[in-house]
Design a protein around this ligand. Structure first.
Ligand code: 6MZ
Length: 321
């Protein structure tokens, strides 16, 4: 067992779905919570997390996010979270990571959203010899269309360090339809997109899944709840999934990316996610290596589509070699 765990740890890995603030170390989170009341609330939320259904757990996680948002209040803190996140990923042998975050301003707009993005990108550059990192900008489901448009503009401004546009946030808020013009524009601009989909077991969520699939994003996040038809559609259209896969999806060789989501808040590592997967589905080391390569190929293919000018620099790999 130890050998397998070590193998999962040493394996060179790619992380494609990691929310920057969700990656915060627990120790840092507690340090940043200045009031005792907030610290006690976090303790209570930690205890409550184990009980309840999907809706209750989701509400718990989002209350934690709100607490987190209230305590990250300046650029130094966001630099620190970026630094620590990258160091944790480096220690877990991640070679390439796409961090995602919703840009925000501080001090009532005196520090604009562009400074937030730049602070993260500058921190990423400091680690470029140890880990290749890129940024995805997130639109939050509760935002207005104007705010989403502003995020899209920022994404365009910071390309190619920014590699995509994400839709995330509380899945109770079904707002993809509202943001469709923004995502259509992203598509026109050749900016890859990744959308959180199927996170809750309710009819509204299933209806929204169809709208999202009609849009055909570059990648999908989660996709835990879906109809059989939606599942078949994703398989047929080969839309890469950022999830912990089910065994049959694996055997179907559907493009997958195993990811952590919120490694700090949820206390997990990519290597432990892979280890759990290996154990649960009796996957061999060779199959795990193949999955990593598949993630790599998928990422490269999406990057190439958004930057066709680089195609001539790439020599296709003979899959039979
Ligand atoms: C949907 C999620 C999420 O942007 O402040 N986020 N959105 N589903 C999830 N799965 C449980 N996990 C994280 O990172 C934190 C934000 O990411 C989104 C939430 O909106 C959260 O506030 P940033 O760096």
């Amino acid at each position: 067992m130890d050998d397998l765990r070590r193998f999962c740890q040493l394996l060179p890995k790619i992380e494609l779905h990691a929310h920057l603030n969700g990656c915060i170390r627990t120790s840092t989170f507690r340090q940043l919570l200045s009031s005792t009341a907030d610290q006690l609330r976090l303790d209570a939320l930690d205890k409550e997390f184990q009980s309840g259904d999907t809706h209750a757990r989701m509400a718990n996680v989002f209350e934690k996010f709100a607490l987190l948002r209230s305590c990250v209040t300046n650029l130094d803190e966001i630099r620190r979270i970026t630094r620590e996140t990258l160091e944790d990923f480096i220690a877990d042998h991640i070679m390439y990571v796409e961090l995602r975050t919703r840009p925000r301003s501080f001090d009532n707009g005196a520090i604009p959203m562009s400074s937030y993005v730049e602070a993260i990108l500058e921190t990423m550059k400091q680690y470029k010899n140890q880990i290749c990192s890129r940024l995805i900008l997130s639109i939050d489901r509760t935002q207005t269309v104007d705010q989403a448009m502003e995020t899209l503009k920022l994404a365009e401004r910071y390309r190619p360090d920014v590699v995509g546009l994400d839709l995330s946030g509380d899945p109770n808020v079904k707002s993809f339809e509202r943001f469709l013009p923004v995502f259509n524009l992203a598509k026109q601009m050749n900016l890859p997109t990744t959308i959180h989909i199927g996170e809750l077991p309710d009819a509204e969520c299933l209806r929204e899944n169809d709208l999202i699939l009609d849009f055909k994003p570059s990648r999908l996040g989660h996709f835990n709840f879906r109809t059989k038809e939606q599942e078949q559609r994703v398989i047929k259209e080969q839309i890469p999934l950022e999830i912990c896969p089910t065994s049959n999806l694996l055997t179907m060789k559907h493009p997958l990316a195993i990811c952590t989501d919120d490694s700090g808040l949820m206390d997990c590592r990519l290597s432990s996610e892979i280890f759990d997967l290996v154990q649960s589905f009796r996957i061999t080391k060779e199959e795990i290596c193949e999955l990593m390569l598949q993630t790599c190929r998928t990422t490269a293919a999406i990057a190439l589509k958004s930057h066709p000018q680089y195609a001539r620099h790439i020599t296709p790999i003979d899959p039979n070699r």
